[in-house]
Unconditional design. Structure first.
Length: 148
């Protein structure tokens, strides 16, 4: 990912520009609950996974200074937690795909039953910086970007 990000930054980020990166947080609570069935272990969509420290190292290598972190996402946080909880009771599929293409009454009822717990757990995870994703707002601290 470093080479790709370097190219994207060099070709697109202006000198005074900001970069927002959002990635699944490998050390999230939902990752710990779901294990191998975590929603973001889904190649080819996600082939690299990051902890906060590995993401910070990557950003530093790219001469980017993190300004702000966020850990909440409605669809990837709450829905990811719903899938993680359902995995504990035997659900082995991908919830987003099932909601799009194989929506059943049983799936909808299951989601509605675990939704309050999922919201509570994901909000608790966010408080402790362990939400399903980490979104980092960055600014370059080098001068070799495209001119405005």
């Amino acid at each position: 990912p470093k080479k790709l990000l370097r190219k994207l930054i060099d070709n697109n980020l202006t000198h005074n520009g900001y970069l927002v990166i959002e990635v699944p947080l490998f050390e999230s609570l939902q990752s710990k609950i779901a294990g191998k069935r975590w929603i973001h272990l889904d190649p080819p969509l996600h082939i690299s996974h990051f902890t906060k420290s590995s993401l910070l190292k990557l950003l530093g290598d790219l001469n980017l200074k993190p300004l702000k972190y966020e850990y909440f996402s409605i669809h990837l946080g709450i829905l990811g937690m719903v899938q993680s909880i359902l995995c504990l009771i035997g659900y082995n599929r991908k919830i987003i795909s099932d909601l799009k293409f194989r929506r059943t009454k049983r799936l909808i009822i299951s989601i509605l039953l675990v939704l309050p717990l999922a919201i509570f757990l994901e909000l608790l995870a966010v408080i402790f910086n362990k939400g399903g994703v980490v979104r980092v707002y960055c600014k370059s601290f080098t001068e070799h970007r495209k001119n405005d």
